[in-house]
Design a protein around this ligand. Structure first.
Ligand SMILES: [Ca+2]
Length: 392
């Protein structure tokens, strides 16, 4: 290509990019990491992407209030409120503890956020985070303007978590996941019923243990534990129509899973996994048939080839993407994709390739979707951002 042709193409990109910025009214938060706004891209001719807000570090969770009104957590300990084109911080939220191990990823910190089902009248908001005592904690508060009021800690696990999601079953009960990890070998505890890690818990709105929670083997009364043997659940979705709780979780190398969560059941980690330890050794020598007898196998697992490392989970029901309704959308951290899994056909599709580390997926009342993406992905200069997806 001749130099002047290259220059002309570059100029065209600059003009297109600047038009795009104006049209999208991209918000620049003061503590932004970079000015880089990703261009609008068209994936497979189906999706139009618009940047709604930037300046985040690790935008772990989006919780929609209305079409132009949503909350977003940042793992580094901040909670943001986007409302009609403005982005502001919520004050007075509990301090969270995040840490950065050798691989440069930020772990712990502020993770999920969820509105009480009767938020419109009671203004109650729930968050899950690693507190300064290094334990996974659930707090709730009243959202009054840009303030968190009447902050109450309503659940404290007896250990830390590297991932967490909250999902409501009905107006009075919710689920919260507490994960674990292990590199190169599994951390102990997912099978230990006195250890809150590697579990999905079920609580009442005020944090009390529901009397109809399972009485697990070797115990005499219900605890907060709803299911156990999980590795690191980073997406949860409660399908209210069919009353089914879904959760995805990180395997080690391969063995990422989508599970249907059933009361009192054992999801197998680390007795059995479809994946391998990080040093490529087997997690266990249990066969799938043996695992089927004592644990619940995932409804879907992904191998090492796709390296899903899922985050966020949304089962689409009445989105504007008509052909996707009935499918699950989830982020795929390591390869930086947005994935769609169709349970009818058992097909996994890369919806947006190399879009960045997608942390969460949410649907707006108008049927469009929001996704949140980590800073420094896919390019090291990228700011953490929230994108709106509409059918093209
Ligand atoms: Ca499992």
């Amino acid at each position: 290509m001749k130099p002047y042709t290259q220059a002309a193409i570059l100029l065209l990109f600059v003009i297109l990019a600047s038009c795009e910025d104006e049209e999208n009214q991209v918000l620049q938060f003061p503590e932004e990491i970079s000015d880089d706004i990703p261009e609008t891209i068209f994936a497979q001719g189906l999706v139009e992407i618009r940047t709604v807000a930037t300046g985040f570090n690790i935008p772990w969770a989006i919780e929609v209030i209305d079409n132009e009104d949503f909350l977003c957590t940042d793992r580094t300990g901040k909670l943001y409120h986007y409302q009609n084109g403005e982005l502001f911080s919520i004050n007075n939220i509990p301090q969270s503890y995040s840490f950065t191990p050798a691989n440069n990823l930020v772990l712990g910190g502020l993770m999920d956020i969820s509105l009480h089902p009767e938020f419109s009248s009671n203004k109650l908001v729930y968050i899950s985070y690693v507190a300064n005592d290094q334990k996974l904690t659930v707090a709730r508060f009243k959202l009054q303007g840009d303030n968190a009021e009447n902050v109450e800690m309503i659940f404290k696990a007896n250990g830390i978590s590297v991932g967490s999601r909250i999902s409501w079953e009905n107006d009075t009960h919710f689920f919260v996941s507490v994960g674990m990890g292990g590199d190169p070998f599994p951390e102990p505890g997912a099978q230990d019923l006195l250890n809150d890690r590697g579990k999905i818990h079920r609580l009442m709105e005020d944090g009390r243990i529901p009397t109809d929670n399972p009485i697990l083997s070797g115990t005499f009364e219900p605890s907060s534990i709803w299911s156990f043997g999980h590795r690191n659940p980073q997406g949860m979705h409660y399908d209210k129509t069919n009353q089914v709780l879904y959760s995805n979780e990180h395997g080690p190398l391969g063995g990422d899973e989508l599970n249907v969560i059933i009361k009192g059941e054992n999801y197998g980690w680390p007795l059995f996994s479809h994946g391998l330890n990080y040093n490529f050794s087997p997690v266990s020598f249990m066969t799938e048939i043996e695992a089927l007898e004592t644990t619940v196998l995932p409804i879907k697992y992904w191998g090492y080839d796709l390296r899903v490392s899922p985050s966020g989970l949304l089962k689409l029901e009445d989105s504007n993407f008509k052909s996707w309704n009935g499918s699950f959308l989830m982020g795929s951290l390591y390869p930086q994709n947005l994935l769609r899994y169709n349970p009818e056909t058992d097909e996994t599709e890369i919806v947006l390739e190399k879009v960045g580390r997608v942390r969460d997926v949410a649907q707006l009342p108008d049927g469009d979707l929001l996704i949140s993406i980590d800073s420094r992905s896919p390019s090291p200069s990228d700011s953490g951002r929230i994108l709106r997806l509409s059918p093209r």
